[in-house]
Ligand binder design. Structure first.
Ligand SMILES: Nc1ncnc2c1ncn2[C@@H]1O[C@H](COP(=O)(O)OP(=O)(O)O)[C@@H](O)[C@H]1O
Ligand SMILES: [Mg+2]
Length: 231
């Protein structure tokens, strides 16, 4: 396996702003992530954490400032390039799961590989492996409506990791999990970061999760601030 010992920057944002109409949801946020780095973002509900993730992942366009992936400003990419980037290089765990109801658990988890053109058997095998690590092997053939909310959330985590993306954005991925399953999910993110050099942006209100991150930020009224390291 390829070793990732360099600390090259994969994702950065400088002074980015996002508005919803008159509402200034992200105010001049700056952040940088290197390979294999796990960053936690905490903050009250409504402070702009999800909005910031959407900006960083190129889901919503920023106005001021810019977001760069591997040095390339996202604003310079066309729609197709941006879609391909999100599909192939990013993994995203949305706050509310968003699995496709007509697909089984394993088909949902395999989706990024299928979209990248991988054959079904191979994609399902890879999905099965990740699902197994997350304790979901038995549920592979069920539909999302036939598993619990916490299990849905873990399937969404499996889907975000299955294609070994360069950056994973996870919005409260442990929000509806008990502490044992939250620890399992966190361990998956950390081991992906350590073994594959994946950069992870984790929005969380759980101080135990944030404590395991390499860098911690807090968001308050749209303003992102890096926490001082407690030496
Ligand atoms: N689609 C939207 N349209 C208008 N306002 C929004 C939209 N999404 C979020 N907001 C507002 O932007 C602010 C930040 O929201 P959000 O990023 O969801 O915060 P958080 O994830 O920290 O709870 C809130 O005031 C919220 O009401
Ligand atoms: Mg949110």
């Amino acid at each position: 396996m390829e070793a990732h010992i360099s600390t090259s920057e994969v994702l950065s944002a400088r002074g980015i702003d996002l508005f919803y109409g008159q509402s200034h949801a992200v105010r001049g946020a700056s952040i940088a992530l290197s390979q294999g780095e796990v960053v936690a973002i905490s903050g009250q509900s409504g402070s702009g954490k999800s909005s910031l993730l959407y900006c960083l992942a190129g889901v919503l366009p920023v106005v001021g400032g810019e977001v760069r992936f591997e040095g390339q400003p996202l604003g310079t990419l066309g729609d197709d390039e941006l879609s391909a980037l999100r599909r192939d290089r990013f993994g995203f765990v949305f706050q509310h799961g968003e699995l496709l109801p007509e697909l089984t658990v394993e088909e949902n988890a395999a989706l990024p590989l299928r979209l990248a053109g991988q054959r079904k058997a191979k994609a399902l095998a890879a999905a099965g492996e990740v699902l197994g690590r997350l304790g979901l092997a038995e549920l592979r053939e069920r539909r999302p409506s036939q598993v619990s909310g916490g299990q849905n959330q873990r399937v969404a985590v499996a889907r975000a990791l299955v294609h070994r993306p360069t950056v994973v954005f996870a919005d409260e991925p442990t929000g509806s999990l008990d502490s044992t399953n939250a620890a399992t999910v966190l361990q998956e993110f950390l081991s992906l970061a350590r073994s594959q050099g994946t950069a992870v942006v984790l929005v969380t209100h759980d101080p135990n999760v944030a404590a395991r991150a390499d860098i911690r930020y807090t968001m308050s009224d749209g303003v992102l601030a890096r926490e001082q390291d407690m030496a």
